[in-house]
Design a protein around this ligand. Structure first.
Ligand SMILES: *Cc1c(COP(=O)(O)O)cnc(C)c1O
Length: 456
């Protein structure tokens, strides 16, 4: 049946699933202008997330020597939602956590300790003790943290169950976004490999501690070119070889190469792919795949970003200085980086009418503004779009990582609901609640509502 296979074709592509999902979100009353409909909702494309997880595991499996241990640990900060972590675990991934909250989320999702990695530049003694007791892999950030670990594990009779490593900073340089570049000469992360004496200190640190078995790197996130990431991994591998040669045994048995695959925010195309990343690594460090080291990866944005969509109602439209402005319910609370650093974090705006159908009229330059009370609360400036009207919706794609999952509580704007969606072959859209909308009463409670008289 032609109609059916067309629908199948649509459901098979991420962009093809989006418009049916938007229409269904309006029809099913999740968002829009109807009674009880929210002015703002966030959607996650379950099939898209599964496809990205499969692309990641498949790309590495295709390149690695058979039998090489590999753990793909999802960087929880990119999408700290328990059902998402559970979905990824079901697809074979673990979790990378960097705070007690993130660790609790991973545990709530049922991710086992041996599939969890703890990174963070400021782990407390209590966090370290808990990680070691649970058997969670720990990457220490600096010499003082290593000294703490000496106190906790160095004197124990048996080696710790938890694999322990050190994070290095290869000092290979910055990418396009300074705030996300972790391999600069003066980055706050890891042990700076090119500082005077650092290499010799590192080799000694391993020789003195037989329980140090891993090396860790994460050269940065969005904006760091693949070649720079690969160069850092090459440095990591070379250091592991140097340590193992000095030790006379394969003391370092696992390399944690971090995440950082950038995402394309300009179109629906998913580039660069995980396969492309693996190809870049193979070119820069062919020995990485020969099976002599187990591998850990820590991708976040590249697994989730393309699969998230913010849907917001246009409340009012106006003109100011002859510029048309659409006042919507999506702003700094769901797109914090875009509002504060618009040049680094441009987002696409997809126009829909009140029924959730794409708008296709002639474009007019418009500002897309959010609901917050500061002038910079804009998602786009002078963007060419069909002229928006009150009751229309805007879609903001590519927001599945670090956008609505990293809510910013400015103006006490509530965390919007997140729904996962699936589209069946016959075009039916099903939603599953992933995170409920934050109630105003919860905002009051979290703001000390029960402590009203505390300062009298
Ligand atoms: C943020 C972070 C990641 C994930 O980075 P992405 O760009 O989202 O892939 C991985 N590892 C560490 C240590 C991080 O801080």
């Amino acid at each position: 049946m032609a109609a059916n296979s067309e629908v199948e074709g649509v459901a098979a592509s991420a962009a093809g699933r989006r418009d049916p999902a938007v229409r269904a979100a309006v029809e099913q009353g999740l968002v829009g202008g109807g009674d009880g409909a929210e002015p703002l909702v966030c959607l996650l494309d379950v099939a898209g997330i599964r496809a990205s997880a499969a692309a990641l595991t498949g790309a590495f499996a295709a390149a690695l020597a058979p039998g090489t241990p590999v753990l793909h640990a999802f960087a929880v900060k990119a999408a700290p939602l328990v059902p998402v972590l559970r979905l990824l675990a079901d697809a074979g991934l673990g979790c990378e956590v960097a705070s007690p909250g993130e660790l609790a989320l991973a545990r709530a999702a049922g991710v086992p300790a041996d599939r969890t990695v703890l990174d963070s530049p400021a782990k407390t003694p209590a966090e370290l003790r808990e990680a070691l007791a649970l058997g969670i892999a720990v990457n220490a950030d600096n010499p003082q943290e290593l000294a703490r670990l000496d106190g906790l594990v160095g004197r124990a009779a048996t080696p710790p169950a938890a694999p322990i490593g050190l994070r290095i900073n290869p000092q290979t340089g910055a990418g396009a976004i300074d705030a996300l570049s972790t391999a600069t000469a003066t980055s706050k992360f890891g042990i700076a490999l090119r500082d005077p004496g650092a290499r010799a200190w590192l080799v000694r640190a391993y020789l003195d501690r037989p329980w140090l078995t891993r090396l860790h790197i994460h050269s940065g996130s969005q904006g760091v070119p693949l070649a720079l990431i690969a160069e850092g991994v090459r440095e990591l591998h070379a250091l592991a070889e140097e340590i193992n040669a000095a030790a006379g045994r394969r003391q370092v048995d696992t390399l944690d190469i971090g995440g950082g695959l950038p995402v394309n925010f300009a179109s629906d195309e998913e580039t660069p792919t995980f396969a492309r990343y693996v190809a870049a690594l193979r070119e820069a460090v062919p020995a990485l795949f020969d099976g002599s080291y187990g591998l850990v990866t820590e991708f976040g944005r590249s697994l989730l970003a393309k699969h998230g969509l913010v849907l917001a109602r246009v409340e009012y439209t106006k003109t100011s200085g002859s510029r048309p402005i659409a006042l919507t319910h999506a702003g700094v609370q769901v797109a914090t980086r875009t509002a504060y650093a618009p040049a680094a974090w441009p987002v696409r705006i997809l126009p829909y009418d009140a029924k959730g159908a794409p708008k296709t009229d002639d474009p007019v330059a418009q500002d897309i503004a959010g609901p917050a009370c500061f002038a910079g609360d804009l998602l786009a400036t002078a963007r060419e779009l069909p002229r928006l009207a009150p009751g229309d919706l805007i879609g903001v794609p590519d927001t599945g990582a670090y956008f609505f999952t990293a809510h910013y509580g400015y103006n006490s704007l509530p965390r919007p609901a997140v729904h996962g969606f699936t589209v069946t072959e016959s075009g039916e859209v099903t939603f599953r609640l992933v995170r409920p909308a934050q109630e105003v009463s919860a905002i009051v409670a979290e703001a000390g509502g029960d402590l009203r008289d505390a300062l009298l």
